[in-house]
Design a protein around this ligand. Structure first.
Ligand SMILES: [Zn+2]
Length: 412
């Protein structure tokens, strides 16, 4: 059977190719192909260009074109979509004026989700995670990073990571697991925060490695989580075990970004509290700043300084942070659009932050751009002008989604 298929013609194709890896991007730098076609070979892109020219070259045609703008499948570099239990009660308290820390101290917050997630069976977590991933996939997110971090002991952290692995069999989206056992010190751990981190290094991460459950780890550095000294011990040990690093950094207080830079993490995520000095520090490194507007919207707090980060020459990436507490919405494109209007990001910068600039944060070089050799992950919006995507503030429905060359969402 011939594995080649030609898709198109599409009104506009946004390849996201040849954009600078760092710094500001103008909309004029976007490569746009009109009346475009994509030649797909199995799971990969064979050729991209004028539909008419591609059609004259290939005997196999599958017409799916129309008034569509096509762009790479979206990549969410930061999510916590494996959880059990609702935090609607926390949200109600927050709206009544309680602070995030007050809620945590009164039995809500991350610890509440930990107790519910520990009680849930692996099978239930598989179902929940796959259901969340499917919602995201239908919204055009074809690659999703998923953190553990609601188990916080060996048994439950491994249960979460196994559930994430099994869930990936029930969705076409690619799930990239991260071990976040260092989310907070669990309330039932008898010992200091440092002793808990030693326990993670000695008891949890060796099994994560030997069972091949994740190649990335994350740690939450902030008040109520881990301090800089504890973080330094953990990141050094995790790096020595050859884990890729990311950090929940500078969300409420500064401290985590230093460590991300010191240990060459792939990303420093949050950064709402980052100062100008921190921006200069990350700009001089290869660490990618990840803005999480969903957490700002969920908490009613300010956004990460995305414009300044770009102006200083970093590669700004945007994640959803979808989680049951601080970011219960989950809509990546909508959140990115909202950040864009508050921080004055060009449409090109916003779209790059959830495609081509996002892939390297997950250590992936085979997606985020539509060009030959890349994975055939792309999505179609029902418009003939790409600007409608951000103009609608993410409310425009995705019409079609292709994952690894297979159409997984059809227009109704
Ligand atoms: Zn997070």
């Amino acid at each position: 059977m011939n594995k080649l298929k030609l898709l198109g013609p599409f009104s506009q194709l946004l390849t996201m190719e040849e954009l600078p890896a760092k710094g500001p991007v103008s909309d004029e730098q976007l490569q746009i192909i009109s009346n475009a076609g994509i030649l797909v070979n199995g799971e990969f892109i064979e050729a991209v260009g004028s539909y008419r020219e591609l059609k004259s070259l290939t005997p196999v045609t599958e017409d799916t074109g129309g008034i569509y703008t096509v762009m790479p499948g979206l990549i969410d570099v930061h999510s916590h979509i494996c959880w059990a239990g609702s935090r609607a009660g926390d949200y109600a308290r927050r709206l009544s004026g309680w602070s995030y820390l007050q809620i945590a101290e009164e039995g809500g917050g991350i610890w509440y989700t930990v107790t519910k997630t520990r009680q849930a069976s692996e099978e239930m977590l598989v179902q929940i995670t796959a259901a969340h991933a499917e919602i995201m996939l239908m919204e055009g997110v074809t690659t999703i990073e998923v953190k553990s971090g609601y188990g916080l002991n060996k048994e439950s952290e491994l249960k979460m990571l196994k559930a994430i692995s099994i869930a990936s069999e029930f969705t076409s989206a690619d799930l990239i697991p991260t071990c976040l056992a260092a989310h907070i010190k669990p309330g039932d751990f008898e010992g200091t925060a440092m002793e808990y981190l030693v326990y993670i290094i000695n008891e949890i991460l060796p099994s994560v490695k030997s069972e091949n459950l994740a190649r990335r780890v994350d740690i939450y550095i902030d008040k109520g989580a881990f301090n800089e000294e504890e973080g330094r011990y953990f990141m050094k040990a995790a790096r020595d075990m050859n884990f890729e690093l990311s950090v929940h950094a500078d969300q409420f207080n500064i401290g985590g970004l230093n460590l991300a830079v010191e240990f060459g993490a792939l990303s420093a995520d949050h950064l709402e509290a980052t100062t100008d000095e921190g921006i200069r520090m990350i700009a001089a490194s290869n660490v990618a700043p990840v803005a999480l507007p969903g957490a700002s919207i969920g908490l009613g707090t300010g956004f990460a300084p995305a414009r300044k980060l770009l102006n200083q020459g970093t590669t700004l990436v945007i994640g959803s942070d979808w989680n049951p507490g601080s970011a219960p919405m989950g809509k990546l494109l909508l959140q990115a659009s909202i950040l864009g209007v508050y921080e004055k990001l060009t449409m090109a910068e916003t779209l790059a932050a959830i495609t081509c600039r996002a892939a390297p944060v997950l250590g992936l070089s085979d997606r985020g751009i539509i060009k030959p050799g890349m994975m055939a992950d792309f999505i179609a919006f029902p418009c003939s002008d790409y600007r409608e995507i951000i103009y609608s503030q993410g409310a425009i429905p995705v019409a079609e989604v292709w994952k690894r060359g297979r159409r997984v969402r059809n227009k109704e």
